[in-house]
Design a protein around this ligand. Structure first.
Ligand SMILES: [Ca+2]
Ligand SMILES: [Ca+2]
Ligand SMILES: [Ca+2]
Ligand SMILES: [Ca+2]
Length: 321
């Protein structure tokens, strides 16, 4: 293999490795391990539409050394099947700040959702709590601890719950306009607590909105569900010291001043789904955005895929079908 990448190892994950993977140092030896989260369709889908079951829940967790040795496994492998679609609600992190890594994920029993924590080194059960949502989990720092030790869970749209690392509920069943498949967090006012960017809302740690932009709904994906933002990223793309909010809105890419919610620019599409920020062209000022689109004709008909490179002011550099 050429370039900056080299093949370190090949391991067999047949039967348990289908859906999602996270990396973390589970045993504290300074080397990363891989954790596989195998998920299947939720017993009771709450928000799925658009032709397939979006919501997946984790039923098997497998920790593996990078040489392929399985350290432990929680739950029974589901075998090989059609488990892969979107992402899983899972994180590998030192959630309680004691220097050891934990596994945090949402699972299901008898049609009910549970947020669960396992110890990373042995897979031992730590704690769980029943929750509402099922398929999105992200870590944030709304308590201002200096590390992301708060746990947001949601479906692919609303509602939003946030728990502390002892699984005490900090936000109980919050709803915000345009909430979608993932959210982002940034301490926009410098008080040490991260604000949450959810849908077209910027929300403080206490759940109150700093700003919201319901007028942006025409730029969001609808597709038989509630209007929702696919993904959000806070990033200072023009490197002027003020972060932008990149709203991968499901139809267009909408870029706002993250602190105020004021317009910066809009890159129009039909169903823009992902945006990656990088120094892809180092000779250019600012960052560039690599944008992918699942192109639609009208509201539903899928007519192909397109990728764009866009500069930090919203100008197209190139496109590829
Ligand atoms: Ca390790
Ligand atoms: Ca820990
Ligand atoms: Ca703040
Ligand atoms: Ca900026």
């Amino acid at each position: 293999m050429t370039g900056p990448f080299r093949l370190a190892n090949e391991v067999d994950t047949t039967g348990f490795g289908d859906t999602g993977m996270r990396l973390g140092d589970l045993d504290g030896d300074g080397e990363l391990e891989a954790v596989f989260f195998q998920a299947r369709d939720c017993h009771i889908p709450r928000m799925s539409a658009g032709g397939y079951r979006h919501e997946k829940q984790v039923h098997c967790v497998t920790a593996m050394k990078l040489d392929g040795d399985v350290m432990w496994q929680e739950g029974a492998p589901l075998g090989t099947g059609h488990w892969a679609m979107h992402d899983v609600a899972a994180a590998v992190s030192d959630i309680d700040g004691d220097g050891k890594t934990e596994i945090v994920y949402v699972t299901e029993r008898d049609g009910r959702s549970y947020l669960r924590i396992l110890e990373g080194d042995r897979g031992y059960y730590r704690r769980e709590v029943e929750t509402g949502p099922n398929c999105v989990l992200q870590l944030c720092d709304i308590r201002g601890l200096g590390a992301r030790r708060d746990i947001l869970v949601s479906t692919f749209v609303n509602p939003i719950y946030i728990y502390d690392d002892d699984l005490n509920c900090l936000w109980n069943c919050h709803f915000y306009g345009g909430a979608g498949h993932s959210h982002d967090f940034y301490d926009i006012d410098g008080d040490g607590k991260e604000e949450a960017f959810i849908g077209y809302c910027c929300v403080r740690a206490d759940g109150l909105k700093v700003w919201w932009r319901p007028d942006l709904e025409p730029h969001l994906e609808e597709m038989t569900r509630a209007p929702h933002v696919d993904h959000l990223h806070v990033h200072d793309i023009d490197e002027d010291g003020r972060p932008e909010l990149l709203m991968v809105a499901g139809k267009d890419l909408v870029v706002l001043n993250a602190a105020t919610g004021e317009d910066r620019w809009i890159f129009e599409g039909t169903h823009i789904q992902t945006c990656a920020v990088g120094n892809f062209l180092p000779e250019m000022d600012g960052k560039q955005l690599f944008v992918t689109e699942r192109r639609l004709h009208g509201d539903q008909a899928h007519i192909g895929f397109r990728a764009y490179l866009v500069d930090c002011n919203g100008n197209e550099i190139w496109r590829m079908e």
